[in-house]
Design a protein around this ligand. Structure first.
Ligand SMILES: C[S@@+](CC[C@H](N)C(=O)[O-])C[C@H]1O[C@@H](n2cnc3c(N)ncnc32)[C@H](O)[C@@H]1O
Length: 200
């Protein structure tokens, strides 16, 4: 029974696929929109920044990032979510401000030192290997580049201390953590982190 529950969660939210994945995408676009937009605000993106959005899901944060920066790349392993992003960001894709790539956090396919900012909302808790994931993000960020993470606090294993330790182990510096309350009744507290790749 527990296995069936886990498989349904995976199909709806973890790596959305099929009709359940489409419903999950709709729910996430509704419930997580404020957090997605908030993290884009915190990232203080500039027009010239190259920005990687990991696990954009239905693409709310991807769209917000594409309105600020002209070089946004969304990376997600789910074809259903990539289709949803294509629909939501059609105009930004047409203008060349947003691109989509099928991939995962620990294998982004980006050249070393090519990215100014990496953002991930509500997917760090399901990456299979934090060491590989944060190692890859440290590799693709340029010196001085920034990492921004957000996850539902209640689903983050080990909480912010464990996340900060994994980020530090990968070589990031000036790590800051905090929690943020999204607006709306019953919204889940977001655990958030910002860190930098050392400059030089
Ligand atoms: C819970 S959803 C969150 C979507 C969106 N960011 C939000 O907050 O509404 C998780 C997303 O991460 C993607 N994902 C799953 N495993 C991943 C991985 N290892 N690396 C990057 N993205 C992943 C899923 O396909 C899905 O789109």
């Amino acid at each position: 029974m527990a296995n069936i529950g886990i498989r349904l969660l995976e199909k709806s939210f973890g790596r959305p696929s099929g009709p359940l994945g489409r419903v999950g995408g709709w729910l996430m676009a509704w419930r997580n929109a404020a957090t997605e937009r908030h993290l884009v605000d915190v990232a203080e993106l500039r027009q010239q920044d190259v920005v990687l959005i990991l696990g954009p899901g239905p693409g709310v944060g991807l769209e917000a990032a594409g309105e600020r920066s002209g070089h946004v790349i969304g990376i997600d392993p789910s074809e259903v979510m990539l289709t949803s992003c294509r629909r939501r960001c059609a105009e930004l894709i047409r203008r060349g401000r947003v691109r989509l790539v099928r991939g995962v956090a620990d294998d982004t396919g980006r050249p070393a030192g090519s990215v100014d900012a990496v953002l991930a909302v509500n997917n760090v808790q399901i990456w299979p290997d934090w060491r590989a994931g944060f190692g890859e993000l440290h590799r693709v960020l340029r010196p001085g580049g920034r990492l921004l993470l957000s996850a539902h606090e209640k689903w983050l294993p080990g909480g912010l201390p464990a996340l900060a330790a994994a980020v530090e182990q990968a070589g990031f510096e000036e790590i800051q953590t905090w929690t943020w309350e999204p607006p709306g009744r019953g919204a889940a507290t977001a655990a958030q982190l910002r860190a930098w790749r050392a400059d030089g």
